[in-house]
Design a protein around this ligand. Structure first.
Ligand code: AP5
Length: 217
């Protein structure tokens, strides 16, 4: 099962794909997480990506494409994966199509989570993330039991440096210009499925899992 979760920043891609990964036993691959890891480890890639990420712009295609190609070669992707935050440009989508074709593989689902810009700003400005396991929380929509500590592993929560309102607005602008055209790209390939990303996280999860299981919703 090879799945792409599309959607604007804050649509819930990370929240939902982590849970789907547990249920379907395939890895969730987030280019955002991989790039943040590279920044934390101060690798060459991390240093190149830092300024783009801090300002809400996209990291250049060649860097991200080679990052994802390496990641997809790992043995845990043998039965597929859930791509979260990749592809983000037409060049990335076309490169993925080519690379899958060479390997004799194909996408099984491309799901677009639809969320309004106002909702995105509210979600991202209140988002907090665990510094140890990466679990996502929200000050109001998904608070932790103990303030600032992860319910899953007890790690400290932090706020991402691109979750400031001015950077969120830039990320939304970049999304509209560079990523939204992928909806049409996958629609033309007959692969696109749309799911409303608004409402209770559990309800959205149920719709996603039914879609992946091929059950009618
Ligand atoms: P990335 O990390 O991919 O960020 P993003 O796409 O902007 O997505 P987010 O992680 O912000 O949102 P999400 O949809 O995962 O939402 P979440 O589940 O966290 O990318 C960061 C940067 O890296 C980019 O700006 C770029 O610079 C670079 N980059 C990454 N990939 C790249 C690529 N392919 N090419 C080039 N550059 C790339 O939810 C958000 C919040 O909402 C959470 O607090 C959550 O608890 C809450 N929430 C979730 N669902 C609901 C709900 N139903 N109701 C209420 N609250 C909810």
């Amino acid at each position: 099962m090879m799945v792409i979760l599309l959607g604007p920043p804050g649509a819930g891609k990370g929240t939902q794909s982590r849970r789907l990964s547990d249920e379907f036993q395939i890895p969730q691959i987030s280019t955002g997480d991989l790039l943040r890891e590279a920044r934390a480890q101060k690798t060459d890639l991390g240093e190149k990506a830092e300024a783009y990420m801090k300002s809400g712009r996209l990291v250049p295609d060649d860097l991200v494409i080679s990052l994802i190609e390496d990641r997809l070669e790992r043995p845990d992707c043998q039965n597929g994966c859930i791509l979260d935050g990749f592809p983000r440009t037409l060049a990335q989508a076309e490169s993925l199509q080519k690379s899958l074709k060479v390997k004799g593989k194909a996408l099984s689902h491309v799901i677009n989570l639809k969320v309004s810009s106002d909702e995105v700003v509210e979600r991202l400005s209140g988002r907090r993330q665990c510094s140890q396991c990466g679990e996502n929380y929200h000050l109001h929509f998904k608070p932790t039991t103990v303030q600032n500590l992860c319910d899953r592993c007890g790690g400290q929560l932090f706020q991402r440096d691109d979750d400031q309102e001015s950077v969120i607005r830039e990320r939304l602008r970049v999304y509209e210009n560079q990523t939204a055209p992928l909806v049409q790209f996958y629609s033309q390939l007959g692969l696109l499925q749309q799911i409303a990303g608004i409402g209770a996280m559990d309800d959205i999860y149920q719709k996603l899992r039914q879609t992946l299981r091929g059950e009618s919703r």
